[in-house]
Ligand binder design. Structure first.
Ligand SMILES: Cc1cc2nc3c(=O)[nH]c(=O)nc-3n(C[C@H](O)[C@H](O)[C@H](O)COP(=O)(O)OP(=O)(O)OC[C@H]3O[C@@H](n4cnc5c(N)ncnc54)[C@H](O)[C@@H]3O)c2cc1C
Length: 455
């Protein structure tokens, strides 16, 4: 143990970017920290959300989480989902932590606003988090999760940077499968991702049509220029326009390289079903008047589709015992990260808003305004830069938040020996129950088989 040892235990829920940063800062200050993580691995969106071709970025970010969680004052507790394996009330009342910090991210897909569409979930309708989980893990020999087959003429509803990665993923999967089936040609995912589908097909003298494919379609409620792909550096007209230009260029680049269709200014309002199957989606046209979206109620159209993918964002999952307002944790306090009703419970990172923070947008503005999306820039590079800067923003925010949260601990007395011992015993018992011994060994044995990136 560190010589600045403080007799206080803190609980952190979630071990990924936010959680590992919070845990490490407190551990460095001499606190004992128990990190409860619902999965085997503490990598959150990096492992299960970032498409698996981002090998270097994934490995770099996961290594950084490992370094933080390897601190001797941190006790990692995997397979412990708060609200499922351990109730929130239990860690609040029975364990006796000084402070509880939620860093559990945003894992619930925002519901698609079409009445009755839920009956098609995973059978016609797939949400982004589920799709990405399957995509990232399907190559593992012992994969037992849901299985999907990408269909031609699939429709994706969305508009952020991750919806563009969903288009890329879907088109790669579609073309890869069709090439194998129709022509007996096997080309790996990394080659498609690096070169783009258009170039790979061109090199072998084929088109989508030769593979009997039409392609997938991305439908967005606004224009490409309105996509939240980058934040402007500041609110001057010049920089707002620059940001809009980047969004437009980026979408075009993705669509050209990965051969998908784009329909702007349209929102889904209803479904078409036939014999109990999803057959299509009814869309309503929109227009933008003075920057505001207006629906054109009478102007509707139907797109037939065998598969609908919803990529309209994620929200924090609700946990029993906590108060929510408009699907988000109800926060109080001057800094907005104290959880309503509990003076010693806090929430940080994406767990609070389901998305970014102020610092993130400032940093992104500076970085991306200077960036020209030229013909040589790969779509992957843009995404990776976005995520790296985004996560740096999270880390900086967490640093500030945790320093303030520490004041709450300092205001308390040290724990009694019996409470401290109770937490140690419960932690050990839980770790033993799931077969956890030490961090490095656990990570080594639980990290799944990776696909080999052929350069
Ligand atoms: C494909 C992709 C899309 C993205 N889209 C967005 C976006 O739309 N908006 C945005 O702001 N950011 C987005 N990001 C950024 C991303 O969310 C951040 O980079 C970062 O992963 C957030 O870190 P976090 O620690 O707050 O959350 P997460 O990475 O989600 O980590 C949360 C951790 O908590 C664990 N956990 C969850 N619930 C529980 C529980 N009840 N008990 C115990 N453990 C739990 C999870 O397993 C996970 O390890 C995206 C990232 C990727 C890769």
């Amino acid at each position: 143990m560190e010589n600045n040892f403080k007799k206080n235990y803190v609980a952190v829920i979630g071990g990924s970017v936010s959680g590992s940063q919070a845990a490490n800062i407190l551990a460095e200050k001499g606190y004992s920290v128990v990190v409860f993580e619902m999965n085997d691995l503490p990598y959150g969106k990096i492992e299960d959300g970032l498409p698996k071709w981002h090998v270097n970025l994934r490995d770099k970010q996961e290594k950084s989480i490992d370094q933080k969680l390897s601190h001797p004052n941190i006790y990692f507790v995997p397979r412990a989902k708060i609200g499922r394996d351990i109730e929130f009330e239990e860690i609040l009342n029975d364990w006796g932590f000084s402070i509880i910090i939620f860093a559990n991210g945003a894992w619930k897909d925002r519901a698609l606003p079409i009445e009755g569409i839920d009956k098609f979930i995973n059978n016609g309708l797939v949400y982004q988090n589920t799709l990405l989980y399957w995509y990232n893990h399907k190559h593992e020999p012992d994969y037992k999760g849901l299985k999907f087959e990408l269909k031609d003429r699939s429709i994706v509803i969305g508009g952020g940077l991750s919806s563009l990665d969903v288009m890329k993923l879907g088109m790669i999967e579609l073309v890869q499968n069709a090439l194998k089936k129709e022509k007996g040609i096997d080309i790996d995912m990394f080659t498609f991702e690096k070169k783009g589908i258009a170039k790979v097909l061109n090199e072998i003298g084929l088109t989508l049509k030769d593979l009997n494919l039409y392609g997938m379609t991305l439908v967005y409620r606004r224009n490409a220029t309105d996509m939240p792909l980058k934040s402007p550096k500041d609110n001057t007209e010049e920089n707002i326009n620059k940001a809009r230009e980047v969004s437009d260029k980026l979408l075009k680049k993705y669509a050209e390289n990965f051969l998908f269709h784009f329909i702007p200014l349209s929102s889904p309002i209803d479904k078409v079903e036939e014999n109990g199957k999803l057959k299509g989606i009814v869309f309503q046209k929109n227009e933008i008047i003075n920057g505001k979206l207006q629906t054109k109620k009478e102007d509707t159209f139907v797109l037939e589709t065998p598969m609908l993918i919803s990529s309209i964002g994620s929200l924090p999952e609700m946990i029993n015992g906590l108060t929510y307002q408009n699907s988000l944790l109800k926060m109080v306090g001057k800094n907005g990260y104290q959880v309503d009703g509990f003076p010693n419970v806090f929430a940080i990172g994406n767990a609070v808003t389901g998305k970014g923070n102020i610092r993130e947008s400032k940093k992104h503005g500076v970085l991306m305004t200077n960036k020209i999306i030229d013909d040589h820039m790969k779509t992957s590079d843009f995404f990776e830069e976005w995520l790296s800067v985004y996560n740096e923003g999270i880390e900086e925010d967490v640093m500030e938040q945790v320093c303030e949260i520490e004041n709450e601990i300092l205001a308390k007395d040290s724990m009694s020996d019996s409470v401290f011992q109770n937490i140690s015993d419960r932690t050990k018992a839980y770790q033993e129950k799931v077969g956890y011994g030490n961090y490095q060994e656990w990570i080594r044995t639980k990290t799944p088989v990776r696909l080999e990136n052929i350069e």
